[in-house]
Design a protein around this ligand. Structure first.
Ligand code: SAM
Length: 286
């Protein structure tokens, strides 16, 4: 660990604000990590809060990270491989935003750039300047969040992006765009798989599932539960976050699984009065 921090000024942190991000839950997730494990898998990567925590603690950790959102995965690879070009594109966004934030924001939201760098800097720019900093697309896959009201958003955040780039380059991290079920082919006995899927809505106001143009359905939850059982029989260590619902508790009622009800804070509800603490489940087989 010390070796890496001589080269990297700041501890790398999630570079996008992501709905369902686990930053606030890191202490409790950390307490629930197994002492030892082989490769670390995170198939619902999002902002990767637990990934960055693990990499900060163990820089030689072998990791395999993936997500179905291709724009997000492209962003991880661009940060790793083309950081200088990305930073200069973000600086360009910053300059234009400072001239006329509203017009510029909506012109970028409507744009559909082709190049890897421009696609990536568009995602980062919108994430920093949109309302509530969330990523949401409509059924056609089009980003549809309005402009947020920030006086001075940190659009470039160069120090953190460089730290993330350095840690992704120096560590053994494989980054893929794929459905979560593919993890079954790769994970071996003793590996750790952390699943943080989109949650099933527990109330009318909590139905946030649009990270991609395909919603995460109840059938996906059942597919995930079956996958957890298969990974368990393979001898993998499985940690799963999910909503505090009777269905989920019932699915994992078998004695292989330990269920912890933990307190969490969600900030994604558009009604700030409803952003109060609630509970979620943390389920593991070790
Ligand atoms: C709750 S978020 C993960 C948040 C993450 N733990 C963090 O700290 O930011 C769920 C992620 O699952 C991804 N996703 C949705 N359906 C998927 C699928 N079928 N396979 C893989 N990833 C999927 C979404 O794109 C989203 O990034």
């Amino acid at each position: 660990m010390k070796q890496v921090y001589r080269q990297i000024a700041t501890t790398p942190k999630p570079f996008v604000k992501w709905a369902g991000g686990k930053r606030q839950l890191i202490p409790i997730l950390n307490e629930n990590l197994p002492k030892t494990f082989g490769t670390y898998y995170e198939p619902f990567l999002g902002g990767g809060a637990l990934l960055f925590h693990i990499l900060a603690e163990r820089n030689a950790q072998k990791c395999s990270i993936s997500d179905l959102n291709s724009d997000l995965v492209l962003t991880y690879t661009a940060i790793r491989n083309r950081i200088d070009e990305l930073i200069s594109s973000l600086k360009n966004h910053e300059r234009n935003y400072q001239k006329d934030s509203k017009t510029y924001y909506y012109s970028i939201r409507e744009s559909n750039p082709r190049s890897e760098i421009e696609k990536t800097s568009r995602l980062l720019f919108l994430n920093r300047t949109c309302f509530n900093g969330l990523y949401r697309v409509n059924s056609k896959g089009k980003f549809n969040v309005p402009l947020g009201s920030y006086t001075n958003p940190n659009i470039v955040n160069e120090e953190n992006l460089r730290s993330v780039s350095a840690i992704l380059q120096s560590s053994k991290v494989a980054i893929k765009c794929r459905d979560f079920e593919s993890v079954l082919r790769d994970a071996k006995k003793g590996d750790l798989v952390y699943f943080d899927p989109p949650y099933q809505p527990v109330s009318e106001t909590a139905n946030f599932t649009s990270y991609t143009n395909k919603s995460f359905t109840y059938e996906d939850l059942i597919r995930l539960a079956e996958l957890c059982m298969k990974l368990d029989s393979k001898g993998c260590k499985v940690l799963l976050s999910n909503s505090d619902s009777k269905e989920v508790a019932k699915i994992f009622s078998n004695k292989s699984w330990k269920i912890n009800r933990i307190q969490a804070n969600r900030s994604i509800n558009s009604n700030s009065k409803k952003r109060t603490g609630h509970f979620e489940l943390l389920i593991k087989n070790y």
